[in-house]
Design a protein around this ligand. Structure first.
Ligand SMILES: *[C@@H]1O[C@H](CO)[C@@H](O)[C@H](O)[C@H]1NC(C)=O
Ligand SMILES: *[C@@H]1O[C@H](CO)[C@@H](O)[C@H](O)[C@H]1NC(C)=O
Ligand SMILES: *[C@@H]1O[C@H](CO)[C@@H](O)[C@H](O)[C@H]1NC(C)=O
Ligand SMILES: *[C@@H]1O[C@H](CO)[C@@H](O)[C@H](O)[C@H]1NC(C)=O
Ligand SMILES: *[C@@H]1O[C@H](CO)[C@@H](O)[C@H](O)[C@H]1NC(C)=O
Ligand SMILES: *[C@@H]1O[C@H](CO)[C@@H](O)[C@H](O)[C@H]1NC(C)=O
Ligand SMILES: *[C@@H]1O[C@H](CO)[C@@H](O)[C@H](O)[C@H]1NC(C)=O
Length: 453
């Protein structure tokens, strides 16, 4: 037991020492090289300065992808021997043990092994280093050529489209497809060939419309773009809509004022553009084109309109129907704030009544709270003769100081009527003061004369 265990332990510890020191003396900066056919390729090696003192002996060998292994160079510090078959092909760089391949050909692909035995003068052990570098050899990709079949525009749901991307030169080519700069992936309508060089769209749809590119790349060429090819798809009509900036819309019903000129716009998404026809009362063709002009005078009139959009390539059509009602509902501005035409007069009446009540209350309060009153009689003087004083007031302002009351005399009160009109325009309670102030302002410099007379 013990006799067999001891040597195994020694071997283990020796290996441990070997692996411990081995990574320090040589360094390979690049472990995978993508070489270009016909170009030189250097497999660089960096050696540690401590190797200057040591005795070294090593080999470079090559393993093809098929598995055949060949020794290329055997070297010591003093000399090297290159395999006779590769004398003109390889160049060994003596001081740092790098290997240069003069002109790459496909046979140079594979793994390159560097094996190094190092013996330091101050040590008894032997250090062994092994490194492997992988090399690929490729032909750069030429500009890909993009083809489409059929070459002209196609009708959606009826046609299939086949795209092909081909390259004249290039090895290990990988193809990628883009529509409007977005990468395409396989789906139920998008199928790719084994090598991704063909894209088959079946059936073609509206969303397939766009600019197509193919991209060809390999380890030595990054994404060569083909020219852009447009795919035009005939589709539609879709999303038919009738709109108008005038009139009141409630679902499919448009309400317009009598005599108002209203324009209707019919729109649908379609390629090529639709032809539009407007039909009244189901049978009567009024006009062609996306725009309809209607002016109606008859109140409570109801008419059914229909806009029909037709795509003459897809042979498909869509219709949108609406009802036109002629009713008085106010101006165009009001429709934005009010839902129905009945709201406007109702609100006016309510506010008018509130104002009248307010006026009466105010007058009543003034009459009861202020015993000092000055009654102004202006009815015996026509309004046309009265001149408006300056804003600064008349000269005898100090004499006129007091509380004024406006007495309404039926038939003569133009200012009162004016304030009522302003009330109808939904103005605020400020009008009361305006009215009273107006009375003061309407009192000319002369009323004292008329009172004296
Ligand atoms: C190896 O030595 C050669 C020749 O002296 C030199 O051109 C090259 O740069 C060296 N490479 C490295 C990785 O040190
Ligand atoms: C041997 O010499 C090298 C440099 O020449 C040094 O790095 C190493 O540590 C030395 N080893 C021993 C055991 O002295
Ligand atoms: C489109 O491709 C489908 C199969 O994906 C085939 O059945 C159909 O006949 C093709 N249509 C045309 C117009 O080639
Ligand atoms: C796609 O990208 C190219 C540049 O990379 C740009 O010129 C082109 O306008 C883009 N096309 C679209 C549809 O975004
Ligand atoms: C084809 O493209 C798909 C992605 O679109 C990718 O997953 C696949 O690996 C590609 N096949 C080849 C052979 O390049
Ligand atoms: C449309 O039909 C309505 C009743 O369905 C009728 O009152 C109206 O006169 C018709 N208009 C035209 C222009 O024929
Ligand atoms: C479709 O209509 C357009 C005009 O809107 C016309 O120029 C074109 O020739 C028509 N195409 C067919 C196939 O009828």
């Amino acid at each position: 037991m013990e006799a067999t265990g001891r040597p195994a332990l020694y071997v283990c510890s020796v290996l441990l020492i070997l692996t411990e020191v081995s990574s320090d003396f040589i360094h390979i900066p690049v472990l995978v090289h993508h070489g270009i056919e016909g170009k030189p390729l250097l497999l660089p090696v960096e050696t540690h300065s401590s190797l200057d003192e040591a005795e070294i002996q090593g080999t470079w060998s090559h393993t093809r992808p098929s598995g055949t292994r060949t020794t290329l160079v055997t070297f010591t510090k003093e000399a090297y021997i290159t395999n006779m078959m590769f004398r003109n092909h390889l160049h060994f760089k003596a001081p740092n043990v790098s290997l240069l391949i003069q002109k790459l050909n496909p046979d140079d692909e594979g793994d390159y092994h560097l094996s190094l035995n190092i013996k330091f003068h101050n040590k008894t052990g032997l250090v062994i280093e092994e490194k492997t570098v992988h090399v690929t050899v490729d032909v750069p990709v030429s500009t890909p050529v993009l083809d489409k079949s059929p070459s002209n525009a196609v009708v959606e749901d009826k046609a299939n489209v086949t795209w092909t991307c081909s390259v004249e030169r290039g090895t290990r080519v990988v193809f990628q497809w883009l529509r409007d700069n977005v990468t395409l992936t396989p789906s139920d309508r998008y199928r790719f060939s084994q090598d991704n060089s063909t894209l088959f769209i079946s059936p073609v749809r509206k969303e397939d419309k766009g600019t197509y590119h193919c991209l060809a790349s390999n380890p030595v060429s990054q994404g060569c773009h083909s020219r852009a090819v447009e795919l035009n798809v005939y589709y539609g009509p879709y999303n038919l809509e009738v709109n108008s900036v005038q009139g009141l819309r409630t679902g499919p019903v448009f309400t317009i004022n009598p005599g108002e000129l209203v324009f209707f716009e019919c729109q649908a998404d379609s390629n090529p553009p639709n032809s539009y026809v407007w039909i009244r009362n189901a049978t009567q063709v009024i006009t062609e084109g996306p725009r309809l002009e209607v002016r109606s005078y008859t109140l409570a009139q109801t008419e059914d309109y229909l806009c029909r959009a037709f795509n003459n390539v897809t042979q498909k059509q869509k219709e949108a129907q609406f009802t036109l009602v002629v009713a008085s509902f106010g101006t165009g501005k009001e429709k934005h704030t009010q839902e129905g035409s009945s709201v406007s007069p109702l609100a006016a009446i309510t506010v008018c009544s509130l104002f009248v009540i307010g006026c009466m209350l105010l007058f009543f309060l003034r009459r009861t709270c202020h015993p000092k009153r000055v009654l102004l009689s202006i009815y015996n003087k026509p309004f046309s003769e009265q001149k408006r004083p300056h804003r600064s007031g008349h000269e005898d302002a100090t004499e006129d100081f007091g509380i004024y009351e406006f007495v309404s005399i039926p038939g003569k009160m133009e200012s009162a009527q004016a304030s009522c009109r302003s009330l109808a325009r939904l103005e605020s309670i400020q009008d009361i003061h305006t009215t009273i102030y107006d009375v003061i302002r309407h009192v000319p410099e002369t009323p004292s004369h008329s009172l004296l007379q």
